[in-house]
Design a protein around this ligand. Structure first.
Ligand SMILES: [Mg+2]
Length: 363
């Protein structure tokens, strides 16, 4: 197989279309880190979202390991990249750098073989169910209604809004927004909420009873995802599925979450967990615990991976990342009747529009 001659790591910062916040964080822009690998005249790429320092870490620490290596050395390369991150710190930026580079290696391998990536991984699904995700706590009533209606026009049968505003101190507004969402979407669309760890355990249990009244099916991070005992306490006392996992940077993290019986569905992010290589192992661990996995954010980076995972529930159609990915890449189809088709082009089936987004480049 061909040899990797060039590694390019870059960062692009996109302003949000308006200020955004969840229960425990607020932001006005999002940075995408893109890793491009070239072997012969073929370029494979992968991406993640985080600090632009992630791109510097790829350039300084991972690129020297990758350059000059054959594409089929990927499994050994993954281990070497992991070892190189040991004293730097794997969780957080380290795992983001590893994930984007691993996704790029898989894309490059598939393109080198002339195959769609999900065929290389082992195609199981043709399309992946998605759920609309946004409903930020910064939105006024009009904006929330507008966003929910835009997802209904796309035919999405499930939608998620943020609650837990201001670290769980605005319960009345949280419940008013849930009520509003239910009124807008009607009785048949599944309603999900995400508190981003804003509540205390007893508070989450009390609120869960109110959420039941609005038919909420999914209660994401009711308490901190670091509190596995707390997640389980909420889970044991509420009707909705309790879910978490978006801050998981390794296989072990998810194994602990499964063993603690903390969640009803494991959320995994291929751009954070260690890339496609680690995602597939995590999905297998989840299967051993009879759990499904849901893809967290970065919808188009997840598609080929989820297509190869039998126990997938769905994928998050996250407002910010949909905007960014549809701007950055050609080949990004919209969902049809609530499902995203998996692209059939080589690799992940996307092309980076470098000229169109060069104005957003920050690193
Ligand atoms: Mg979340």
């Amino acid at each position: 197989m061909s040899t990797i001659r060039e590694v390019e790591a870059s960062a692009y910062t996109f302003p949000t279309d308006e200020p955004e916040a969840d229960g425990t964080f607020s932001w006005t822009d999002t940075t995408m880190i893109l890793v491009q690998l070239q072997a012969d005249d073929i370029v494979g790429f992968g991406w993640t979202y985080g600090s632009m320092a992630t791109a510097a870490l790829v350039r300084q620490t991972l690129a020297p390991l990758v350059i000059g290596r054959r594409v089929d050395e990927h499994p050994r390369l993954w281990q070497e990249m992991l070892a190189a991150l040991r004293n730097i710190g794997r969780p957080g930026i380290g795992a983001l750098a590893l994930s984007a580079t691993d996704c790029a290696l898989w894309d490059l391998k598939a393109r080198t073989l002339g195959l769609p990536l999900h065929h290389l991984l082992g195609k199981f699904h043709e399309k992946i169910p998605v759920y609309g995700s946004g409903g930020f706590t910064t939105y006024d009533d009009e904006r929330l209604t507008q966003q929910l209606k835009s997802w209904m026009r796309l035919g999405l049968p499930r939608m998620k809004i943020k609650i837990g505003e201001a670290w769980g101190t605005r319960e009345h507004r949280d419940l008013a927004r849930v009520r509003q969402a239910r009124e807008v979407i009607g009785p048949d669309v599944e309603l999900y909420v995400d508190a981003n760890g804003a509540y205390q355990v007893s508070q989450a249990v009390r609120l869960a009873r109110r959420l039941d009244g609005y038919g909420v099916r999914w209660f994401e991070e009711p308490v901190s995802s670091d509190d596995l005992v707390g997640l389980k306490r909420v889970r044991d006392r509420c009707e909705a599925d309790v879910t978490a996992g978006e801050y998981g940077y390794s296989l072990d993290y998810f194994e602990r979450m499964c063993t603690a019986q903390a969640v009803d569905c494991l959320q995994v992010d291929v751009t954070r967990c260690g890339g496609i290589t680690e995602f597939l192992r995590i999905a297998a661990v989840a299967a051993a615990h009879h759990l499904q996995v849901s893809g967290h954010c970065a919808p188009y980076q997840h598609l080929p991976t989820l297509a190869a995972v039998p126990n997938v529930r769905h994928l998050e159609w996250f407002h910010d990342h949909v905007r960014i990915e549809q701007l950055c890449f050609s080949g990004t189809a919209d969902p049809v009747e609530g499902e995203l088709p998996v692209p059939e082009g080589a690799g992940h089936g996307l092309t980076f529009r470098s000229r169109d987004v060069c104005g957003y480049r920050v690193f």
